[in-house]
Design a binder for this molecule. Structure first.
Ligand SMILES: Cc1cc2nc3c(=O)[nH]c(=O)nc-3n(C[C@H](O)[C@H](O)[C@H](O)COP(=O)(O)O)c2cc1C
Length: 206
């Protein structure tokens, strides 16, 4: 419990990455699979991720991200993709596993499938659901990274159209954010944590 609070408290959007320190593919996969334990409506997991490690590609990505230097300095950048077609693409695998695990009876599959697909047919709903659940996945990435002593920086400062073109991402997808990941440059200091509103300013108990 205390460890979890520490991970949340110590997470910062890190501006200075140590460009000399790499992250292994195995560690990246471990972080992403841990993060994929994030909840999603009907467990549809409407996210995809492209991990950019290549130095040449990071250079181009930096330009697309309005020249934010951390994009080039971080050893990897995760491009988080929200998939509004997730229901269509994932529904059978998700429902079949629910049946196998005893969540649902086989005879209820078709009715459930129809109900879920009818909601996701609405473009606005599909967009909202895909982006919402992908953001939960993204947050989990930032927390999971801390478990391994890694730092992150989420960004939405980039040209989405250019990024899709660069990485051959389908026009229909959304990119809610990219996340730079790596180790902090030990020679640089961050400013103190930016102000956070107190409970009374953002919440109420009724
Ligand atoms: C979705 C999202 C997009 C962001 N985009 C940028 C960005 O493009 N450039 C940047 O410098 N910081 C960006 N930030 C970082 C925020 O400015 C930062 O999280 C906030 O100031 C609080 O600082 P902290 O995360 O260190 O507590 C973004 C954060 C989020 C969640």
């Amino acid at each position: 419990m205390k460890e979890c609070k520490k991970l949340i408290t110590e997470r910062r959007a890190i501006t200075f990455f140590d460009s000399a320190k790499e992250i292994s593919d195995d560690l990246i996969k471990e972080i992403l699979e841990t993060a994929s334990l994030a909840p999603s409506a009907y467990n549809l997991q409407p996210w995809k991720v492209i991990v950019v490690k290549s130095k040449e590609k990071k250079k181009i990505l930096k330009e697309i991200a309005f020249n934010q230097q951390k994009v080039e300095d971080a050893p990897a950048v995760f491009v988080i993709i929200a998939n509004p077609k997730a229901a269509l693409e994932n529904i059978d695998r998700v429902l079949d596993s629910s049946i196998e695990l005893g969540y649902m009876k086989q005879e209820r599959k078709e009715a459930s499938k129809e109900r879920i697909l009818s909601v996701w047919k609405d473009e606005e709903q599909a967009k909202r659901k895909a982006i919402r659940d992908s953001a939960l996945f993204a947050m989990n990435i930032m927390i999971a990274a801390r478990v391994y002593g890694l730092e992150t920086h989420p960004m939405d400062g980039f040209d989405e159209g250019k990024l899709k073109e660069f990485l051959n991402i389908d026009e229909d997808m959304y990119i809610p954010m990219i996340i730079a990941i790596g180790y902090k440059d030990p020679g640089k200091e961050l400013l103190p944590r930016a102000y956070r509103f107190k409970f009374d300013e953002f919440g109420e108990i009724i």
